[in-house]
Ligand binder design. Sequence first.
Ligand code: PGA
Ligand code: ZN
Length: 429
Amino acid sequence: MSMIKQLRALEILDSRGRPTVQATCVLHSGYMATASVPSGASTGAAEAWELRDGNPARYRGLGCRRAVENINTTINDALKDRPFNHQHDLDGWLVALDATPNKSRLGANALLAVSISTARAVAAERGLPLYQHFADMANLPLRHIPHPTINLFSGGKHAGGQTAIQDVLIVPIAATMDEALAMTYAVYQTAAALILQKYNMRLLRADEGGLAPDFPSTEAMLQDAVDSIQAAGYVPGQQIALAVDVASSQFYADGRYQLDGRHLTSAEMIAQLMDWTQRYPVISLEDGLAEEDWANWSALRTRLTDKTLIMGDDFLCTNPTRIRRAIASEAANALLLKVNQIGTLTEANEAASLARQAGWHITVSARSGETEDNWLADLAVGWGGDHIKIGSITQSERLAKYNRLLAIEADTHLPLASYAKRQTDDGVG
Ligand code: PGA
Ligand code: ZN
């Protein structure tokens, strides 16, 4: 049994210099912990509500003082001195206290900061590493370190929209995290040299650290990724595969996908995705269709399921109701899990268990606006994520998580998860 003595919060800045929320939980036992929450830019319409102050004179309306105040007053007053045994008790109180369908009263940013800082304080109280506490919360054994998918090239909302699609990621087919990161460094540096030569672009990076030259087309983005892998001395598809975050809701309007100057119908977009997976070693396609284009997701899954993961990010928003619907209509076979899309650990865990029970693959993901906090690494290990998507290996808010994964790998000697879509495929681990 644990009991909160005090919750307090602070407005801090994320990796884009925008305000976000940090909470500290002090338990009656004397254990305490702090956690910070991230923030997205290419957000899904069904995401839980990030409470912002809306004062244009301060951070262009993005201030988080109200969310901080909600933790310091309403949430602290309601939660302190109440004994609880499980995270779901505490998260249940948070959801009931907010009492809106999308957490707009107190703010999902306030709720999640409390949910995670409390989990971390309880892990300390139990004398356990945070990943073990997360595993216990999900009632899962520790199985593996999630396989990294790492941003190489960026476009879309994270890079000023120079290409429609958002990310081309590399998936090193390595046996350990340690080896995967060393392979990534080789490809990233080779890609930086390639784009300097090809586009005369210095090492400028998008929000998640991906390289973001002015690619003439999506095709060029994919081809340059394959060329960089080859130039770094690796065999594309055999030693390093690709994953793509199409983020297609961002270029879908009036029933058409605006891609490279074309206006594609859903059927044409599916044909385009099939073409890419046939010509490039793509093992995972995220948001290949738009979040509003429900009717066509099942066709996408049917046509592509043998080749690649059909993963929902904005499409599913880590939302158990949406995931149930997608399972029933066979609209995807992989979940991108972002806990701040739903707002508490317990609801995110429910989303993950639904996906797992349906035999889906799970990618645990960071946001484009991150902090130096590293809880994501522990969560991905504890909840048995198959893949983890953090961004590139260039900025400290990303490296905080990669470095934590290296430390967990060294401590536990857990194997790296398979890179492939299912454990039965030819993946490592
Ligand atoms: P976001 O982007 O954090 O800006 O939503 C990440 C993603 O789309 O996967
Ligand atoms: Zn995405």
